[in-house]
Design a protein around this ligand. Structure first.
Ligand code: 5GP
Length: 118
């Protein structure tokens, strides 16, 4: 694991210490443009609560995890990509390709997605 979750790049963005393009904000979830977009739309839905990985989430986080999904779906509808479709991904730990240890749901859209994802 990299930096402690409260020192993660996303915690620093949420505290306003590092600039980011924020496209969604509510009481529980913030949507941030990915700095290295992998698709025409690439937004990270980050909970204000700093949970390191999906593996560290517990039953008490069930509602929050659902909020991430619903925030991504609502944003996709808002920007008009929902009908064509999109992908949501939560990379988890090393083999999952996670690089920032503060959970985040990737929303990727604006081009056809490949499967298997590699
Ligand atoms: P992961 O690899 O953990 O699933 O996803 C981390 C994502 O965070 C990557 O897609 C990466 O491009 C993005 N990222 C890393 N550092 C920054 C940053 O400082 N600002 C923003 N907006 N995104 C970042």
């Amino acid at each position: 694991m990299s930096a402690a979750t409260s020192d993660s790049i996303f915690s620093r963005i949420l505290r306003g210490e590092i600039p980011a393009t924020i496209v969604h904000e509510d009481e529980h979830v913030v949507g941030i443009q990915d700095i290295h977009p992998q698709a025409p739309v690439h937004v990270l839905f980050v909970p204000r609560k700093p949970i390191a990985t999906l593996d560290a989430a517990g039953p008490e986080d069930a509602e929050l995890l659902g909020r991430l999904m619903l925030a991504a779906a609502a944003y996709a509808r808002k920007i008009g990509v929902a009908a064509n479709g999109y992908r949501v991904v939560m990379n988890t730990n090393r083999d999952g390709g996670q690089s920032v240890y503060h959970i985040h749901l990737h929303l990727l859209a604006g081009r056809p997605m490949l499967w298997p994802p590699g």
